[in-house]
Design a protein around this ligand. Structure first.
Ligand SMILES: [Zn+2]
Ligand SMILES: [Zn+2]
Length: 309
C-alpha cells in the first residue's frame, strides 16, 4: 500500500468511504478522536459524571473500554466502571468474563459481574427452555436483550452511575434502523438519536460513543492495539434476523461505500421530526416497579413463564 495521507508513513488501512490511506498511528488516533468527538457532539458525558460501561468481553466493548480509559486519563472528567452481565450461556460466557476481568485490572477500572441467575433466579439457557416449552415464538436474542438491558440498568443504578455506556457500532445502529423499518416500528426511530436530555425517572440514560465507528474499524483498532477479546460468537446469534440485516447492509456498503453513514444521517433527520409528537407514555411495572411500556415490563412478562403454577 502507499503512504499515509496525513504523515507519509506506510499506510496500513484504506478507508473506502473517505478515500484516505492511513498509517497505524494516524488510524488509531482517528478512532480515538472520533469517539471523543461523538461524545462531545451529543453531550453524552458531562464533567464529573460516573459512567458505567457494559463490557461483554467481545471486540467492540473491550476496544471501547480501552479507548474510554485512555480518553479519561488524557481528559480527566469522568469516573469509569465496567459491568459484565453473565447470562448463563453454557460454554460461551466463561471465556469472555475472564477476558473482561483481565482487561479491567490492566486498565485499573472497577469491574462488576452480575448474573441472570442472581438477578432473575434462572440462567438464559433455562429461560430459553421454558419459553420454548410454552411455545413463545421469540428469538433468543430478543428476550436476552430485554433481560440484559434491565440487568445493566439496575446495576448502573445501584452503583449510582449517571450514564450507561454501550459499545454499539455504526453497523449495530444501522441494522437497528433497518429492522425497525421492516417491522414498521416508526415510533422507535427517535430512540436512535442520542438524547441525554430526555430524562425518564428510573432509567439511566444510555449513550453509544462508538455509534459512528464502523465495525471493521473497531476490529482493526483492537487488532493493532493487541487487545485481547472473545472471538467465539454467541451460539444464539445465528438465530437472529439482525444477522440477515447485516448481510444486506454489507452488500450495499461494498457497492456504495458510505451507505451506513448516509442511512444514519437520514434517519436522524427523520427521527427529529417524529420526536416531538411521539414520546411514548412511560409507565412503571406493577411487578418490579421498573420503567415499562405497559402495565408489566417485558422482563417480568418473560419471567412469568418460569414461575411455578
Ligand atoms: Zn500517518
Ligand atoms: Zn417488571
Amino acid at each position: 500500500m502507499e503512504n499515509c495521507a496525513a504523515c507519509e508513513r506506510p499506510s496500513v488501512y484504506f478507508r473506502m468511504y473517505s478515500g484516505e490511506k492511513l498509517c497505524r498511528g494516524c488510524f488509531l488516533r482517528s478512532i480515538e478522536n472520533k469517539v471523543r468527538e461523538t461524545i462531545s457532539k451529543y453531550s453524552m458525558i458531562r464533567h464529573g459524571e460516573k459512567v458505567a460501561l457494559a463490557l461483554s468481553g467481545g471486540k467492540d466493548s473491550t476496544a471501547l473500554i480501552s479507548i474510554m480509559a485512555k480518553l479519561g486519563a488524557r481528559f480527566p472528567g469522568y469516573e469509569l466502571v465496567a459491568i459484565t452481565v453473565d447470562e448463563g450461556i453454557a460454554g460461551y460466557r466463561d471465556e469472555s468474563i475472564r477476558i473482561a476481568r483481565k482487561r479491567c485490572s490492566q486498565l485499573g477500572v472497577d469491574h462488576l459481574i452480575v448474573s441472570f441467575e442472581d438477578l432473575y433466579g434462572f440462567t438464559l439457557d433455562e429461560i430459553r427452555e421454558a419459553l420454548r416449552r410454552d411455545g413463545v415464538g421469540l428469538g433468543t436474542c430478543s428476550y436476552c436483550g430485554v433481560l440484559r438491558r434491565k440487568a445493566l440498568n439496575s446495576t448502573a443504578k445501584a452503583v449510582k452511575a449517571d450514564k450507561l455506556i454501550t459499545a454499539h457500532s455504526l453497523d449495530d445502529e444501522v441494522q437497528t434502523i433497518l429492522l425497525n423499518v421492516i417491522h414498521g416500528d416508526i415510533l422507535r426511530l427517535p430512540r436512535i438519536t442520542p438524547d441525554v436530555e430526555r430524562k425518564i425517572p428510573g432509567l439511566i440514560p444510555r449513550v453509544k460513543p462508538l455509534r459512528e465507528v464502523p465495525e471493521e474499524e473497531i476490529a482493526l483498532y483492537a487488532f493493532l492495539r493487541k487487545i485481547e477479546m472473545q472471538k467465539t460468537p454467541c451460539p444464539y446469534a445465528k438465530e437472529s434476523m439482525r444477522n440477515d440485516a447485516r448481510m444486506l447492509i454489507n452488500t450495499f456498503e461494498k457497492k456504495h461505500p458510505g451507505t451506513r453513514y448516509t442511512m444514519l444521517r437520514s434517519f436522524e433527520r427523520l427521527s427529529s421530526s417524529i420526536r416531538t409528537s411521539t414520546i411514548a407514555d412511560i409507565r412503571y411495572c406493577k411487578e418490579c416497579g421498573e420503567p415499562a411500556a405497559a402495565d408489566m415490563c417485558k422482563t417480568c412478562e418473560i419471567l412469568s413463564h418460569l414461575k411455578p403454577e
